[in-house]
Design a binder for this molecule. Structure first.
Ligand SMILES: *Cc1c(COP(=O)(O)O)cnc(C)c1O
Length: 391
């Protein structure tokens, strides 16, 4: 039985393994920047040939290779490139495929740093950006009625959990000549497979559910061999390489990913249902609830659950939200997500502080909005903490 025949649960534990002469059970951490050659001739040929030999860890490293190979097989992608963080993955995935004069189309509702890359950084290099309401296919159709090069999107999107119709947007994008890059962090690789929905490139912040225990930063780009030909030299020469130690942490994370995500989803569904009609809560957004305006679409393109993020407005604006956050005893105030520990943040004053009032309003963030990343604790304990904090 080869790796390709393994089911997902098996892939996550064994795929990509490179076992050394010491026959270790757990993957080895190859903490080395360089590699030695027995002769000068060997060095010469290593640099001449196809890259199969390790020559320098900015290019390739055995522990990082294991993580990349495991991710590629799990996602169903031809290539995987590990990066030092999720943002390094997003930037490389976009910059490798764009040049001055190109056009990128993306929703307004994006992770703050993704928006900065698209508007500010790529803009300085002459890439034109068109931003749309990601939930409105008419706006996508209009924006993609002219040639474009890349469509970038998140679904569910940060922080209000809007759903983008990946299949329909991919059709429109391809007709406009654009590749579709999906930031699949909120959905996790367990619950949504963008490549099967028509996307061309998938990026993750592995910092989130893939590590899943709040230990290290990392990222990964998953794509075809053809796009990989553009990404590989970009990464090689700009250098956002993943540390072998972090690759090892992420490999350990992958071993339990499906188990953890199942529990995350179960807990989040329980909390969303229990809090939806709480008298101190205004508009609760969770794609798994019938009240979510795009529940049917989320159910059609996600399998096995709707993720572990919930957004809601606490009555009383900023004061009401801050008072509730400050009364929490179990759930920690933190802008990270996808951790075993439940974390809550106030987007208007943290992750989305840079946005203008109008920009925040457009993506649905109010002064009372909080975003909860539901962890792996006992759901009743979490609910008690929240109801107590809400008063
Ligand atoms: C966290 C996050 C990123 C950035 O990842 P880092 O590992 O923090 O660099 C990008 N996109 C989304 C949706 C995220 O949640």
């Amino acid at each position: 039985m080869s790796e390709q025949d393994w089911a997902n649960e098996t892939l996550l534990i064994h795929a990509g393994r490179l076992r050394s002469q010491f026959d270790e059970t757990s993957e080895a951490i190859w903490m080395t920047s360089g590699y030695v050659y027995k002769t000068a001739e060997e060095a010469e040929s290593a640099f001449k040939n196809d890259g199969s030999r390790f020559v320098y860890s900015r290019y390739r490293n055995p522990t990082v290779d294991m993580f990349e190979r495991r991710m590629a097989l799990y996602e169903g992608a031809e290539r995987a490139f590990a990066t030092s963080s999720g943002m390094a993955a997003v930037y490389a995935a976009l910059a490798a495929g764009l040049k001055a004069g190109d056009r990128i189309v993306a929703p307004h509702a994006l992770f703050g740093s993704c928006l900065y890359i698209i508007n500010d950084i790529l803009g300085r290099f002459g890439v034109q950006a068109t931003l749309v309401d990601g939930t409105d296919l008419a706006q996508w159709r209009e924006a993609l009625s002219r040639p474009a090069n890349i469509v970038f999107l998140e679904s569910p999107a940060n922080p209000m959990l809007d759903i983008v119709d990946i299949r329909e947007v991919a059709k429109l994008a391809h007709a406009a000549g654009a590749l579709v890059v999906v930031d699949n962090v909120f959905a996790t690789p367990v619950l949504q497979k963008p490549l099967q929905l028509g996307a061309d490139v998938v990026v993750y912040s592995a910092t989130k559910h893939i590590d899943g225990q709040g230990r290290c930063l990392g990222g990964v780009i998953l794509c075809s061999n053809a796009y990989g030909e553009k990404v590989a030299p970009f990464l090689r020469h700009t250098g956002p390489s993943l540390s072998p130690f972090n690759a090892w942490v992420l490999l350990k994370g992958l071993e339990t990913l499906e188990l953890r995500v199942a529990r995350h989803v179960e807990n989040a569904a329980k909390l969303a249902a229990a809090l939806e009609h709480h008298p101190k809560i205004e508009r609760l957004s969770y794609p798994g609830l019938k009240s979510h305006p795009q529940h049917a679409l989320a159910a059609a393109q996600m399998k096995g659950g709707f993720g572990n993020l919930i957004a809601f407005n606490i009555k009383g604006g900023k004061d009401g939200a801050f008072a509730a956050l400050n009364r929490l005893q179990l759930i920690a105030i933190s802008n990270n997500l996808g951790d075993a520990k439940s974390l809550i943040t106030h987007p208007a004053t943290t992750t989305h502080q840079r946005l203008t009032d109008a920009e925040r309003a457009r993506v649905g963030i109010t002064d009372g909005t909080v975003r909860l990343s539901v962890g792996l604790e006992n759901a009743d304990d979490l609910l008690k903490d929240l109801t107590n904090a809400l008063g």
